[in-house]
Design a protein around this ligand. Structure first.
Ligand SMILES: NC(=O)c1ccc[n+]([C@@H]2O[C@H](COP(=O)([O-])OP(=O)(O)OC[C@H]3O[C@@H](n4cnc5c(N)ncnc54)[C@H](O)[C@@H]3O)[C@@H](O)[C@H]2O)c1
Length: 343
């Protein structure tokens, strides 16, 4: 099997996570590291690959098959466009960009260069997401009527020491809620309209701290979601699954899906059905549909290689991720304009 040569651009917190995953992907070969911080050259030596301080110089010298872009969100656009122009396929971290205008530039460039752009909504690579979609689609809950979700935790004060983290572009809506919107879109369908309120008086940063959303999906399903980064609780996807060692596992569920014949807690996949007719007189019985959690970053990297080799269609394209971004940005529009946003 030919190895797919990948360069990593931006070797910070999440870049290192991709690097770790690459060790376990036999289809992948690390070809270069790029970062504006010269200290990253030490890591490049450890991996025996060349180090570059600019994307441009790396592309000229290495000509990789694909690049993984893990720079801060405001710095996604340039390395993505440069890499596409140089003939590389791209996996860019989420959000695809900070604005819809920049996201459209990426979509146009991918189409013009005929290269693939995948976006790092890594949850799409978990078996529990596919199992949930199957349960919802095969009528295990009857007709899906509504969904309720939470992502409520208190980020450590040290996290907010850098000034850029206090800005809206690094607030919990664009950093965290975007994962939830993508999860909801993937599981239940497109968001048709959305209303939101946001607040942020605890730390008094320019960014928001808390958001409450009401959504209607195109298929008529209703949804509510509560997000906050100033409230310790066991109810986030990360605490529930334990996917990230920074969030000690609580095992609690963060979502509830309710249908005409049953309901489902997620991500543990506890299915509740009545013993008999589906009405309130009958006892509810729990069915455990849970699955062990795999490493989504390994699966994502393997998938990226297989997309480059033309063996699989992309699971999340730039267009798809841009719809997730549009629904996420609508939270700010709705809160600022005090009205429901039609998407
Ligand atoms: N999928 C997820 O769950 C997840 C989790 C965390 C972060 N992210 C996303 O990953 C991206 C990076 O976040 P992070 O927390 O790793 O940030 P970070 O600040 O830890 O790392 C960013 C790295 O990029 C480097 N960099 C900056 N400008 C550069 C440039 N022009 N060229 C090359 N390197 C450059 C920085 O020196 C740094 O090493 C963000 O878009 C974020 O939203 C995704």
């Amino acid at each position: 099997m030919d190895k797919t040569r990948l360069a990593l651009i931006g070797v910070g917190m999440i870049g290192k996570r991709h690097l770790k995953a690459m060790r376990d992907v036999e289809e992948a070969e690390l070809a270069a590291l790029v970062d504006t911080v010269p200290g990253v050259s030490g890591l490049a030596r450890e991996w025996s690959v060349p180090f570059f301080e600019t994307t441009d110089s790396m592309l000229k010298e290495i000509a990789p098959d694909g690049v993984i872009v893990c720079t801060p969100t405001e710095v996604h656009l340039e390395p993505v466009l440069q890499s596409l122009d140089a003939g590389a396929h791209v996996l860019v971290e989420k959000p695809i960009t900070a604005s819809l205008e920049e996201a459209r530039q990426i979509i146009e460039k991918a189409s013009a260069t005929r290269k693939q752009v995948l976006v790092g909504h890594h949850r799409r690579h978990y078996g529990i997401l596919h199992k949930t979609k199957q349960l919802l689609n095969n009528g295990a809950l009857g007709q899906l009527i509504a969904v309720q979700g939470m992502w409520t935790t208190r980020k450590a004060d040290a996290y907010y020491e850098p000034e850029w983290r206090k800005l809206r572009s690094s607030g919990p809506v664009l950093i965290n809620l975007i994962h939830e919107i993508d999860t909801l879109r993937y599981l239940c369908g497109e968001v048709k309209s959305l209303s939101a309120k946001v607040s942020g008086e605890v730390r008094n940063h320019p960014k928001e701290e808390t958001a409450a959303l009401v959504m209607e999906l195109e298929n008529g399903v209703l949804g509510t979601f509560l997000l906050s980064d100033v409230t310790p609780s066991p109810w986030t996807w990360e605490h529930g699954t334990g996917e990230n060692p920074g969030f000690p596992k609580s095992g609690q569920n963060a979502y509830r899906f309710v249908g005409t014949k049953g309901s489902l807690e997620f991500p543990n996949l506890r299915l509740w059905k009545t013993d008999g007719e589906p009405d309130w007189h009958h006892p509810m019985i729990q069915h455990d549909e849970g699955l062990p959690l795999e490493d989504a970053y390994i699966a994502q990297c393997r998938h990226f290689c297989r997309v480059i080799q033309n063996l699989e269609p992309p699971r999340i394209t730039a267009e798809d991720a841009t719809r997730t971004l549009a629904a996420t940005l609508a939270v700010f529009d709705s809160a600022e304009q005090g009205k429901q946003i039609e998407l």
